[in-house]
Ligand binder design. Structure first.
Ligand code: CO8
Length: 307
């Protein structure tokens, strides 16, 4: 690793979530050695300068690694985290030396277990609309560089939506994908209804979203949601190697090709996303939203009133 921007100022695992000055880490990892040091080298490099194992090794040319860094909350996507993520990605997008970005979650339990339910629980449709915090999702979707999600463990709700906002997903055999929002009284609100149906088709998307069910990595690969499934310890290195192959391509053509593929994939998506967001906001005026999120926090089953 050659740099880390912004830095957390805390060794991994020693600072509480509240004390962390940042919820996102950005690094430029060194390549894994061809043999010898084992597959965890890139992951260790990603953990921060404190754990750097290949101090003199060159960075993987043009590849940035962005880590969602709230492992104790399974990297739940708070509004602040999403803002920091968008800001970090925009800075990398404007940096001519950066050619491809890998996004991963800290720890081995989750890419991200969804939006932060404790932050969403007290919201109303009016507060969500007035808050303007969903603009971060539009900023993520506007990044021109290729984005690769490296997924270990849970990619649920907003976490699955974030992975799908990326251009490719490399997943561990232990990864789980799903849109469980219905189980807490709402529905996907950051692209889930639009991108999942485009990725895996209407019937499977209906079942996943209407039942709050999940998919294993193997099922997700068979459905076309993800690029490849790898053993857990190889996930990050596989994503970084894929990013390095893309980073070696001509950058203007890469950006133009990404934009053209998204054009083909997302015809009508903008309108669908806007409708989805409004429908999601409206659910925050229901009793079932309050009940579903309270039940989660209180660790009990929800009782639905249908209101
Ligand atoms: N939000 C807030 N905290 C969370 C979340 C979350 N989404 N997921 C986990 N956590 C916290 C838990 O509360 C717990 O904290 P604590 O130790 O303080 O109690 C800690 O992370 C560990 O979680 P668990 O103890 O629950 O771990 P388990 O292994 O028992 O269960 C699960 C793991 C199955 C992933 C479970 O945590 C779970 O069901 N999480 C919620 C999944 C979910 O419903 N996600 C969808 C959220 S809604 C959403 O994403 C809407 C997106 C809309 C747009 C985005 C707007 C920003």
């Amino acid at each position: 690793m050659t740099d880390s921007v912004p830095t957390t100022g805390h060794p991994p695992g020693t600072a509480s979530i509240e004390e962390r000055p940042t919820l996102i880490r950005v690094a430029f990892p060194a390549p894994a050695p061809a043999s010898g040091a084992g597959p965890e080298t890139a992951a260790a490099a990603a953990a921060g300068p404190e754990t750097e194992t290949a101090a003199d090794a060159p960075a993987l040319a043009g590849v940035a690694l962005v880590t969602l860094d709230r492992p104790r909350a399974l990297n739940a996507l708070s509004f602040d985290l999403l803002d920091e993520l968008a800001t970090a990605l925009e800075a990398l997008d404007a940096d001519p030396s950066c050619r491809a970005i890998v996004i991963t979650g800290a720890g081995d339990r989750a890419f991200a277990a969804g939006a932060d339910i404790k932050e969403l629980a007290p919201q109303t449709s009016a507060s969500l609309e007035a808050g303007g915090r969903f603009g971060a999702w539009d900023r993520l979707a506007a990044i021109g560089l290729p984005l690769i999600a490296a997924v270990r463990g849970f990619a649920l709700g907003g976490g699955c939506e974030l992975a799908m906002t990326c251009d490719m997903i490399v997943a561990a055999q232990d990864a789980t994908f799903g849109q469980p929002e219905i189980r807490i009284g709402v529905m996907p609100g950051a692209g889930g209804t639009q991108r999942l149906v485009r990725a895996i088709g209407k019937a499977k998307a209906m079942e996943i979203i209407l039942t709050g069910g999940t998919m294993t990595a193997v099922e997700a690969a068979a459905s076309g949601l993800i690029t490849r499934v790898v053993p857990p310890e190889e996930t990050l290195d596989t994503a970084l190697e894929l990013a390095a192959r893309i980073a070696a391509m001509p950058p203007l053509a890469v950006r133009a090709a990404k934009a053209a593929i998204l054009d083909a994939h997302e015809q009508g998506l903008r309108e669908g996303l806007a409708r989805e967001r409004m429908a999601f906001f409206r659910l925050f005026d229901t009793l079932d939203q309050a009940e579903g999120m309270a039940a989660f926090t209180e660790k009990r089953p929800p009782v639905w009133s249908g209101h």
